[in-house]
Design a protein around this ligand. Sequence first.
Ligand SMILES: Cc1cc2nc3c(=O)[nH]c(=O)nc-3n(C[C@H](O)[C@H](O)[C@H](O)COP(=O)(O)OP(=O)(O)OC[C@H]3O[C@@H](n4cnc5c(N)ncnc54)[C@H](O)[C@@H]3O)c2cc1C
Length: 397
Amino acid sequence: MTELETFKQEVAQWLEQNCPASMRRPIVAEEMVWGSSKLQFQNEDQKLWFERMRDRGWFAPGWPREYGGGGLSPKEARVLETEMARLGCRQPQYNLGVWMLGPVLVEVGTHEQKLEHLLPMMRGEQRWCQGFSEPNAGSDLASLKTSARRVTDEQGEAYIVNGGKIWTSDGDKGDWMYALVRTDSSAKKQDGISFLLIDMKSPGVTVKPIELISGKSSFCQVFFDDVRVPVRQLVGKEGEGWALAKKLLQHERAAMSKFTEGGAPSHDALKTALPYMVDEQGSVVEPALRDRLAAVLMDAQAFALTHRRVTEKALARQDVSGPSSIMKLVQTEQEVAKYELLEQAMGLRGLGWEGEDFSADELDVCRAWLRSKSYTIAGGSSEVQLNIIAKRVLELP
Ligand SMILES: Cc1cc2nc3c(=O)[nH]c(=O)nc-3n(C[C@H](O)[C@H](O)[C@H](O)COP(=O)(O)OP(=O)(O)OC[C@H]3O[C@@H](n4cnc5c(N)ncnc54)[C@H](O)[C@@H]3O)c2cc1C
């Protein structure tokens, strides 16, 4: 038996013994455990699973042990990921810091930044939010205007930040924000941008939740009013923010697979919708529905295999910037197609928003259907992904 096979056996055994049965069911948004200074668990199983994975450094299995990671080789990290998927283990911690900022810091952060930020992420003690979009800088992100002026005074060297961000998911719950700011307004727009880490408790930061039509929202608008950010919180060099943001967005697009299922109807969603599609013998009789269901299932299978191939490449440190845009586009559009199909099959039963007339599963399908559309916008809209693929992957004029 090779070393990797022995490792696989040990991992499988450890997961069997340590991942509680309730942590092997598909996750719903309300049950996600977000790493935070206000860390909360809904039950003992969540806490156990979180603590056991944390203690092994398996929130980020491939990061160096020095910074709280698991120190696994790329192949070992892949084995762990595959075994977790095989056993249906949930992510023990949800954290934009770990998934998006962390890999960038591991690559370009200073030793002090790694100690200050990676270790708390690995203990699940810091919640991060993303401060990229601005009211007139979404798809055209490089037009952002939030300014950061470098000063040296009796308190030392710092940036004074003014302006604001919008669509900041969970900005009201964030302990820290990684943000793009303009440090040079005379340079070409991409060149004048820098990447700053901002403590959300700093004086001058105001966060206002944005109310949406559903009455609920995780979106916030964040205002900066002469916010002082020490220079040690600059990631990379001044003016390098655009290149770092592009790196980070690749991780964001990959991380979105942790929220969506890659187009495959989850066991629960399909179970809810199937009774509306089949006859007494369990066959899907309506030909058009059967065709669409088959297409959704085949696309999901093709996506899963492609995802696996791209993950292997990423673990082998090959450039996956092209595929990550394609994966994000395909995955989120497949997710929409899947829920459109479930909705069509369920008819009015799939449109319940609240109330006892609908089962909890029916309500879940409706909310997931609405949420699926937002993933085609978050992290760069589908149209923008198509532009990126055309220019950078296909090298079209
Ligand atoms: C669920 C969700 C979570 C989000 N979380 C965050 C967050 O935490 N932090 C953050 O900074 N931002 C966040 N965003 C914002 C997101 O990044 C932007 O919404 C997205 O980049 C689009 O920008 P916009 O909303 O300004 O739309 P616009 O850029 O105004 O686009 C409007 C429409 O025009 C199309 N369009 C724009 N430019 C082109 C073009 N060149 N060619 C073809 N079509 C084009 C777009 O596809 C879209 O359909 C989130 C968004 C969503 C939906």
